[in-house]
Unconditional design. Structure first.
Length: 235
């Protein structure tokens, strides 16, 4: 497998002035890096789009033939945006952005990356995975505190005292969810609030392998979202 490539190195290095062969070489490294982090077999459209894009990057055909494959992948990712959620939705928009990038459609690169930054890492990834792993449900006291492991009374007390700090970040997230703003500074405030609440909830629930592992994964995705915003601003 090729060495991983960052979003900044991939999208930030070109404004459509390099050849498709160079862009495809870079995209292959990025796709391989993404495939190692996400389950690609859940939804048919999502899986098919990634495989088609990978075929385009591996193809020895002409640039014209590669473009046909890229357009097929783009269509698949577009359909998948209506089917996926959470982490896979984030990577669906990222895949769509790669396709647009490869055909020099910079405006739609920005649009796809913007949609990727709107995905709620806290609600749709961190919170859902946490609840599933620990057996939380909507009838428990966690709907009030929403920040502790119910098997540990110490965490219940810590969560109670930390609730005002959690509430501040939740209000920021709710404010964005009501406005659905496309302005990058509004989105960044939402991302920062989610980052803070994830770190705080994880801290409250220590020691815990589950929370620490989930925090690491979630903050990695949040870092990618911040890179997307930076790319949108600079390309």
């Amino acid at each position: 497998m090729s060495e991983p490539i960052s979003l900044m190195a991939f999208f930030g290095a070109s404004k459509g002035v390099v050849g498709i062969s160079i862009r495809i070489a870079k995209s292959l490294k990025l796709i391989e890096s993404i495939e190692s982090k996400v389950d690609l077999l859940t939804q048919v459209e999502f899986n098919a789009a990634w495989k088609t894009l990978l075929q385009a990057c591996n193809s020895s055909s002409s640039d014209e033939q590669k473009s046909f494959l890229i357009n097929d992948a783009r269509d698949g990712f577009t359909k998948a945006t209506c089917l996926e959620k959470g982490e896979r939705l984030f990577y669906t928009y990222l895949g769509l952005a790669i396709c647009h990038y490869l055909i020099d459609d910079i405006n739609n690169v920005k649009t796809a990356l913007l949609e990727a930054t709107k995905v709620s890492i806290y609600k749709n990834i961190y919170q859902e995975t946490r609840d599933s792993s620990l057996g939380f449900n909507k009838y428990g006291i966690n709907t009030i505190i929403n920040s502790y492991n119910p098997v540990n009374m110490v965490n219940l007390i810590k969560g109670t005292f930390s609730y005002p700090l959690l509430k501040v970040q939740k209000i920021e997230i709710q404010r964005y969810n009501k406005s659905k703003s496309d302005l990058t500074h509004h989105i960044l405030r939402k991302i920062n609030a989610e980052e803070k609440i994830i770190a705080l909830v994880t801290k409250i629930n220590q020691p815990s392998v589950v929370f620490t592992s989930l925090e690491s994964k979630s903050l990695e995705l949040i870092n990618l979202q911040k890179q997307c915003l930076e790319i949108i601003t600079n390309i």
